[in-house]
Design a protein around this ligand. Structure first.
Ligand SMILES: C[S@@+](CC[C@H](N)C(=O)[O-])C[C@H]1O[C@@H](n2cnc3c(N)ncnc32)[C@H](O)[C@@H]1O
Length: 253
């Protein structure tokens, strides 16, 4: 499978307003804290990128009983995260070989990153190792197998085939977590809508969606031209767009 070079994306990653707006208060973290009363919690945002999740949660959970951590493979993404949030322990490392002791974290969040891991089995072994007994691993990602009509695949069809090489489907994720001894609760949120192509043009132009960096420049330019042509011909043109997100809560028992 091909991998995305995040040092090329780091500067423009936060330009995509969707990423910034869609992060909400993490009720799963709140529930965990309420159910398991302790004086201190250790939270890891795995593949934290530019720190969008951490920034929002730190604002919401204002108190000093959480020890926040972020880990990412890309130095440039971490640099952006460092500019955004204080009081977070950042680590530049690969998920497949994390420099943490075993049973270190109460709660591990992992947003939009699992498909990037080359050795997913080893990533899960490591996640299991650093998670405390009773701790939660929360895996959140797009569910590409349930969204073949995503606008990205409509205009850039080869992107779908690249994504099929990177993403595990829900059955595999469920089984791999369960066989490691985690209690898994997985849900997919799906919606179908008429999307206005014009609203997505700047996302395509920004080329910050990782799969758009994996297709060839020619395929990318051709797709972009098709989008521009459609918008020029009819600024209100819509296409059927589907979108699916996976939320998987796995508890180490
Ligand atoms: C799409 S970004 C998601 C960033 C952040 N979680 C968010 O929601 O905005 C994917 C992130 O995964 C990181 N990443 C990719 N492979 C990794 C690995 N093997 N170990 C740790 N982080 C990795 C990338 O550097 C990038 O910051």
């Amino acid at each position: 499978m091909k991998t995305t070079n995040y040092s090329k994306i780091a500067e423009k990653y936060d330009n995509n307003q969707f990423r910034v707006d869609e992060i909400r208060f993490d009720y799963d973290l709140k529930n965990y804290i309420e159910k398991d009363a302790k004086s201190k919690y250790t939270v890891l945002d795995l593949s934290c990128g530019t720190g969008l999740y951490l920034e929002k949660q730190i604002n919401y959970f204002d108190g000093d009983n959480i020890n926040w951590n972020g880990l990412d493979l890309s130095e440039k993404m971490l640099k952006k995260a460092n500019e955004k949030v204080k009081n977070v322990e950042f680590t530049n490392a690969n998920v497949e070989d994390m420099p943490y002791g075993s049973e270190n974290f109460d709660f591990i969040s992992n947003n939009y990153a699992f498909h990037h891991y080359r050795n997913k089995q080893q990533a899960l072994n490591e996640i299991y190792r650093v998670l405390q007994k009773g701790g939660i691993y929360k895996l959140h990602n797009i569910a590409i197998h349930d969204m073949p009509k995503w606008w990205v695949y409509h205009y850039f069809p080869t992107a779908y085939y690249e994504d099929l090489k990177r993403f595990w489907n829900k059955e595999v994720i469920f089984n791999e977590l369960s066989t490691r001894g985690l209690e898994v609760n997985l849900k997919i949120e799906y919606r179908m809508e008429n999307a206005r192509v014009n609203d997505y043009l700047n996302h395509a132009e920004n080329r910050d969606i990782s799969v758009l960096t994996l297709i060839s420049d020619k395929e990318y330019e051709e797709g972009l031209e098709r989008m521009k042509y459609d918008v020029k011909t009819n600024p209100d043109k819509t296409i059927v767009n589907d979108f699916a997100e996976m939320f998987c809560i796995a508890k180490k028992i």
